[in-house]
Every structure is written in C-alpha cells, then in structure tokens.
Design a protein around this ligand. Structure first.
Ligand code: MLT
Length: 411
C-alpha cells in the first residue's frame, strides 16, 4: 500500500469554510423555511461588470473561428494582460516591473498555497494570528510547521498575534524567521498597516534575509492615504517581497478565476551551500511544470477591467461593497458591539458579546437570527472571542441582517 503524506493528518478536521458549510447545511435541513443570510465566506454577490461580460463574449466568438482560435497559452499568462497590470496597477505608483515578473494565475488562493513549494522545508514561517487559513494549512501539508501543541499552535511556526490590544499591528518576530506572510488590507480583521509599519517589515526582511509573502487581494478597498497599495511602494521591497493580487474582489472574479503574482527578479533565496538563487526562476519553473495558464477567454475578461468603462465599473462595485461595510460597522456599533475593520477593507471584525466563544456566537447568530458569519477562532488562536462578517452580501440582505442583529439577537 502506498504511504500517505502524514502531514495532512496534522490539519484541522476540515477547511474552515467547509465546516461552516456543513453546519449551515445541517441547520437548513432542520429549518427548511429559514431565510438564511450568508455573510460568512468572502464571496462576491454582484454580477461581473458589463465591460468584462462584453470582452468574454468577444473572446468566446474568437474561439469559434479557426483563424482566432487559441489552444495552450503561455503558462505565465498573455502579455496583453500582464502589460495592462504593470501599466495600470504599478507604473502609476512609480513601480517598474518587467512582464516576466508578473505571473497570471487562476487565483490568489492557489498562488499563496503553492508558493511555499519553492522554499526549503526547514524554513521558519511567521504568520499573523488570526490569519487566512491557506497560509498555515499549505505549510502544514508541506511539513514545515512541526506538530500542533495543546495551545492550538504549531511548534515550528512563529505566530504574530494581532488583537485589539496591539491595534492589530503585529510585532516584529523576536527570533529570526525565513518566510513571513502579511495580508494588507487584512483578511480577516479588515485592518491595515501604514507605510511606516510596512517599512519595518521590509527592513526586517532585508536585515534577516527573510522573504515577505504579501497578499494584496483587497487592495482595491483602500480608502485612506497612508496605506500602501503595493509592498513595492516601500524602498527595498523588490529585494525581499512577492506580492499576490486578484481580480476576485475588485471585479467579481471569485467564480471566474483570475489573479496574478509578482515575483521580481531581484528577490533571492539561497541554496544550502549559501549561493543566491532568484525566486522568479523557481516560480517560473514551478508554474510551467504544474500549470497550463488561465483560459484565454478569462484573461480577455480580466483585461477589460483596465478599459475606461471597466475602471469606472469596478470602482462602482467596490463602492457598493464599502457602503455595505459602513452599514455593518454603524449598525453593529449602534447595537453596542466593539467593531474593527470595514474602513479600508470589506471585512468587519467584531468582539463577541460577553467574550462568548467564537463558535458559540456563530451558532447563536445562525439559530436566533439566521445569519452566517465566520468564527474568529477559525482563523487562529488569537481570533478567540472575535467574529467576522463580510460586506460582500447584497444591499437588501446586509440591511436586513443588521436589522435582525439590532432587534432580534439577545446580547
Ligand atoms: C474568505 O472568506 O476569507 C475568502 O473569501 C476566502 C478566499 O478568498 O479564498
């Protein structure tokens, strides 16, 4: 019999959102008439922008004609899209990139999960806590984390608590780490790091030969001036950082799937013998071996995001969700809850009333007012006593959810 990868046995019972789905399905089967409002997983609800739809249709028609049909595309993505990404998302911020530093993919979840493959198994990983579960789980699968301790933490992982006590700003690691996952604007807390805070991390990485894996999937939600839109706005970051960006949350591509990862050619790892090696080359090798590129049709759809109409339409989408965020923040505050995030991010992070256990509050919300959120502990030990709601619902459901919390929830 083939041996299994026993690292998988160290993973929590099921992926967080699968467990939520299981609990909701069980409730629904017992209460079929309940009108459940889902503000749990950060999945968008608005349709794709018209500019994207138009481009998708045209690309489908191209695939129907022999002269314009496309088979395999470049594994790294088509230049027509990587050029637009550079010209619109980076150049205006003074960041110069080459096309072969941008890798188009089917999603940031895939990329942040897969990126760890190009790193040594003995590296020490630092994650903020609470954290998007994929960063930790993918490292558990790879055997980089050690075992789970009784405190709910993996022995070889450096957890960086982010709670109300430190304004959700992680402290620099006390011991040397090799790989650091940062997400800004943050999922799940909805909070951000200022340029000055992020600079400390870039400086740390440069001084300690560490690599920052910077998840910028929620960049489009930044409203305040001093929040960096890209880690490459910080001097020296192109030596130490890989950045992940996505069309999921700004343009509604959660089901359509398109994202990109920037791996500057100047970011180096090293061999056991101490020789520097560009991570760009390794990621390129990984992608060309294991990935056959995002469909042509989808990349044409993503390209349309950069047309004048596309830009205006995605701005309207983001504004719509940020109005929801404000409704949630204001409503929860008026219900007397302690609330964070929701200003530069589509996530609202709240303290559970009376320090209630996060899963107990999940069950209470579901059973009493038929609302699905995400328990803070699902994102790590420091999520204890916290809870996340997303602003990605539709307006009517968001308003109704807040009304139910204010009038029907016993807190
Ligand atoms: C979340 O709810 O945390 C996100 O939607 C998950 C994801 O983007 O994969």
């Amino acid at each position: 019999m083939a041996l299994i990868n026993e690292n998988y046995l160290k993973l929590p019972g099921s992926y967080l959102f699968a467990e939520i789905g299981r609990r909701v399905a069980a409730f629904k089967s017992e209460n079929p008439s309940a009108n459940i409002i889902r503000l749990g997983i950060g999945d968008v609800t608005r349709p794709l922008p018209a500019a994207v739809i138009g481009a998708l249709h045209s690309a489908v028609d191209e695939m129907a004609r022999e002269e314009t049909f496309r088979g395999y595309g470049p594994e790294q993505g088509y230049a027509f899209l990587s050029r637009k990404i550079i010209d619109f998302d980076y150049a205006p911020r003074g960041i110069q990139l080459d096309e072969d530093e941008v890798f188009i993919s089917d999603g940031s979840k895939s990329d942040v999960g897969n990126i760890q493959e190009i790193f040594g198994v003995d590296n020490v990983v630092a994650i903020t806590d609470p954290v998007y579960p994929v960063y930790l789980d993918s490292n558990i699968m790879a055997g980089r984390t050690g075992s789970l301790g009784e405190d709910g933490r993996f022995g070889r992982v450096m957890y960086l608590p982010c709670t109300a006590e430190n304004q959700f700003i992680p402290d620099l690691p006390r011991q040397k780490v090799d790989m650091i996952y940062l997400c800004c604007p943050n999922n799940p807390t909805g909070t951000t790091l200022s340029k000055a805070e992020l600079k400390k991390w870039v400086d740390y990485a440069r001084a300690n030969e560490a690599i920052i894996l910077f998840d910028g999937a929620y960049e489009a939600y930044i409203r305040e001036d001093n929040i960096p839109h890209s880690i490459y706005e910080i001097e020296g970051a192109k030596e130490v950082a890989i950045e992940f960006r996505s069309f999921s949350k700004n343009a509604g591509f959660t089901g359509t799937r398109c994202a990109y990862t920037v791996v500057p050619k100047t970011v180096m790892g090293k061999t056991a013998g101490g020789e520097s090696y560009p991570l760009n080359k390794l990621w390129n090798r990984r992608q060309t071996t294991k990935f056959n590129g995002v469909p042509y049709i989808i990349q044409r759809g993503a390209e349309a995001v950069y047309t004048p109409e596309g830009q205006q339409q995605i701005k309207a989408l983001v504004d719509y969700y940020m109005t929801n965020a404000k409704i949630i923040v204001d409503g929860l505050k008026s219900a007397g809850l302690e609330v964070y995030g929701g200003v530069n991010a589509p996530y609202i992070w709240l303290k559970t009333p009376n320090n209630m256990d996060s899963w107990a509050f999940f069950d209470k919300l579901l059973h009493e007012v038929h609302i699905v959120g995400t328990p803070g502990t699902g994102f790590g030990p420091s999520g204890k006593g916290y809870f996340r709601l997303t602003a990605f619902g539709n307006r009517e459901n968001t308003q109704e959810a807040i009304q139910r919390i204010k009038t029907k929830l016993s807190i």
